[in-house]
Design a binder for this molecule. Structure first.
Ligand code: ZN
Length: 307
């Protein structure tokens, strides 16, 4: 005799991506099961970061994957739901990690398309679900599918092949870069935080102009030529490191230095809210102790083929 399960109210309609009986690390290799961790974490090991993160949050995560020499890595999660909860809880905050380093969490990207992960809104209102009596599902199979009204919040992110579909309007804000007024909230290590670091006192300000450029002004006294400035772009064209070294000579005649706290090396690590166009040259100007760099923002607009 066939046994039909009764329709039960859907409390957690999210379908876990990982079977519970799996021993393998299913988190590795799935972008939507990760959150980007970045900051002054070069030479800090995964173990150190994991120990710190377990203290910093009670939210569950599987492990951290970062190359020791990199300033960024990924926190991995067992489920998309865990990743989403973590992302919404931790994003846009500055954390003080091991060795007083500044750590920030932001959205990962799909490997191929480089689109930002659209983390789900994790709070679901079960009371808004239509009742079963009003809309009886025709078969048992359909009971497992969330009602259309909540579909956007509940289903796992589309697979790589579906990434081309634009996000639904209600979740648009998660995917589209913030308006200029929010720009500073998104950027790693604002100057006030950076000042707390012993070896990193570099002061800077970031602007976005109306012509598609990020402009960074860095206080670099003693730097006189742009040849003294270096810029590195890493990870997904959002993270940059600007370093500069001043040519100021600290020694003075035959004098002995009693105390010296003049900064001669400058460094800023930034994660832009949007990708920059690395095909566009970066304009650098050095004047009156201020280094200015202009980065072209990658356009969101792409041509869609019409058939
Ligand atoms: Zn993993």
């Amino acid at each position: 005799m066939p046994v039909y399960r009764r329709a039960v109210p859907i409390i957690t309609p999210f379908v876990e991506a990982v079977p519970s009986d799996s021993n393998k690390r299913m988190c590795c290799g799935k972008a939507e099961l990760s959150v980007l961790i970045a900051g002054a974490i070069v030479n800090i090991s995964n173990t150190e970061l994991e120990l710190w993160l377990r203290e910093a949050t009670s939210l569950p995560f599987e492990h951290i994957v970062k190359k020791i020499e990199k300033g960024w890595g990924h926190v991995h999660f067992r489920t998309y739901d865990d990743a989403s909860k973590f992302f919404h809880e931790m994003k846009e905050r500055n954390f003080t990690g091991p060795n007083n380093c500044v750590i920030k969490f932001s959205a990962s990207m799909y490997f191929k398309t480089r689109k930002l992960i659209n983390y789900c809104i994790t709070e679901t209102e079960s009371s808004t679900l239509p009742s079963d009596t009003n809309n009886p599902p025709p078969s048992d199979m359909n009971n497992q599918i969330p009602p259309p009204s909540e579909t956007n919040n509940q289903i796992p992110p589309p697979s790589e092949t579906n990434n081309q579909i634009p996000p639904p309007p209600s979740e648009t804000n998660n995917q589209i870069p913030p308006p200029p007024s929010e720009t500073n909230n998104q950027i790693l290590a604002p100057p006030s935080e950076t000042n707390n670091q012993i070896s990193d006192k570099t002061q800077y300000v970031i602007y976005e102009n109306n012509e598609g450029f990020y402009i960074i002004k860095i206080y670099t006294p003693g730097v006189q030529r742009k040849e003294q400035v270096q810029i590195e772009v890493s990870y997904d064209d959002r993270s940059i490191t600007i370093t500069a070294e001043s040519s100021m000579i600290i020694g003075f005649n035959d004098c002995t230095i009693i105390e010296n706290n003049i900064q001669t090396r400058f460094r800023v690590d930034i994660i832009f809210p949007r990708m920059i166009n690395t095909d566009h040259p970066v304009r650098v100007d050095v004047e009156h102790g201020i280094t200015t760099a202009m980065f072209n923002i990658k356009s969101n607009k792409r041509k869609i083929q019409i058939i």
